[in-house]
Design a protein around this ligand. Structure first.
Ligand code: TYM
Length: 354
């Protein structure tokens, strides 16, 4: 019995423009992991209909996220890029996970509470079950590592809970069929079918905050476009948004500790560090004691230098719709074959007659 083969999976929803938070929290990690791992990157269109059912342009949005993946440097030949709805095994496994997971687990998800708002009874059932589909996305490939931003941490803990409960509830069946893998669950050695996936949430920009309010996450749904830098923004827009970013009147501190209780300053330092590939300590060493009138132009120049080529490449790739569609078709076929291999075993474990 061998250990699980290392495999990276992650997903991005095709709702709204991708922003700097998505880029630094997720996409740059996706790109970096390609050298060391087999990777599957998914545009999760089925998740997009949980909060809002009808979209004017879901297909275009799906293409646009795919173009962002490719423009950032993801190689769709060496790895797999596809959209979720092409591989119905995600939905099939999500149904089984709906029966593994407990309603209480879902009710505790902070993203559900945020998105459902006050009128929870009126949220779609899909929004409540969202994390179950997310667990299925990952586990239908038995993926071991998931690069995400900090806001997905709780969903990934739930993914581990679902895997653990499935492994426990079906332990007899898994052993009888001889298809389990020896693995550690904390200190305990168990034989399970699904791995306990590791979240990869590292670096200086796991939670990029709004440029207008350093206590709020940068988000696609913020009504103010000045709150975020979109991957489609041109150089002028990027510079303007950084110039207008909220700050306090103090100079940057000369120690990292001095960023405490200065959320806007802390955010801009984190963004600078992530864009330039250095630590926040290094940024403070270089800019400590300087005013924002010095730091902001340096940050704007850096952001334009890093992001403008990606946005140009995104436009170029988006114009070649046939290419984007071919990438998704090919990725969907390869992902589908892997997902079906897992589901053949899952159906036997659960006891579905085929
Ligand atoms: P989504 O589409 O909201 O965001 C995509 C990725 O971007 C990260 N992110 C951020 N990182 C840092 N700072 C921010 N302000 C910021 N905003 C977003 C997110 O953490 C995410 O990594 N539920 C997921 C999609 C999903 C998924 C999956 C992810 C579905 N299935 C399986 C991993 C594995 C979501 O809504 O991401």
């Amino acid at each position: 019995m061998t250990a699980f083969k290392p495999l990276v999976f992650s997903g991005v929803q095709p709702t709204g423009n991708l922003h700097l938070g998505n880029y630094l929290g997720a996409l740059t990690k996706f790109v970096a992991l390609q050298d060391s791992h087999d990777c599957i990157y998914c545009v999760v269109d089925m998740h997009s209909i949980t909060a809002q059912l009808v979209h004017a342009d879901l297909i275009e949005q799906t293409r646009s996220i795919t173009a962002a993946f490719l423009a950032s440097g993801i190689d769709p030949k060496k790895h797999i890029v596809f959209n979720q709805s092409r591989v119905p095994q995600h939905a099939e496994l999500a149904w089984i996970f709906n029966c593994v997971a407990r309603i209480g687990w879902m009710n505790r998800m902070t993203q559900f509470k945020d998105k459902a708002g006050k009128d929870r009874e009126n949220a779609s059932l899909g929004l409540l079950a969202y994390p179950s589909l997310m667990a299925a996305d990952i586990l239908v490939y038995r993926a071991t590592h998931v690069p995400v931003g900090d806001d997905q941490k709780q969903h990934l803990e739930l993914t581990r809970d679902i895997a653990t409960k499935f492994n426990n509830d079906f332990s007899g069946r898994i052993a009888d069929l001889g298809i389990g893998v020896d693995m550690m669950n904390g200190d305990e050695k168990v034989n399970g079918f699904f791995p306990l996936t590791e979240p990869l949430i590292e670096g200086p920009a796991t939670r990029v905050m709004s440029l207008r309010d350093g206590t709020k996450k940068m988000s696609k749904s913020d009504p103010s476009d000045l709150s975020r830098i979109n991957l489609t923004d041109d150089a002028d827009e990027i510079s303007k948004k950084i110039r207008k970013a909220k700050t306090d009147p103090e100079a940057l501190p000369s120690e990292l500790d001095g960023l405490k209780d200065r959320p806007e300053a802390e955010n801009l330092v984190g963004i600078f560090a992530a864009l330039s590939g250095v630590t926040r300590e290094q940024v403070i060493a270089d800019f400590g004691g300087q005013q924002f009138s010095v730091f902001k132009p340096a940050l704007a120049e850096l952001a334009v230098e890093k992001l403008a080529p990606i946005s140009a490449e995104m436009r170029r790739i988006s114009d070649d719709r046939a290419y984007v569609d071919a990438v998704l078709r090919d990725g969907g076929e390869r992902a589908g074959a892997l997902a079906e291999a897992t589901m053949k075993d899952v159906r036997r474990i659960v006891g579905f007659l085929h």
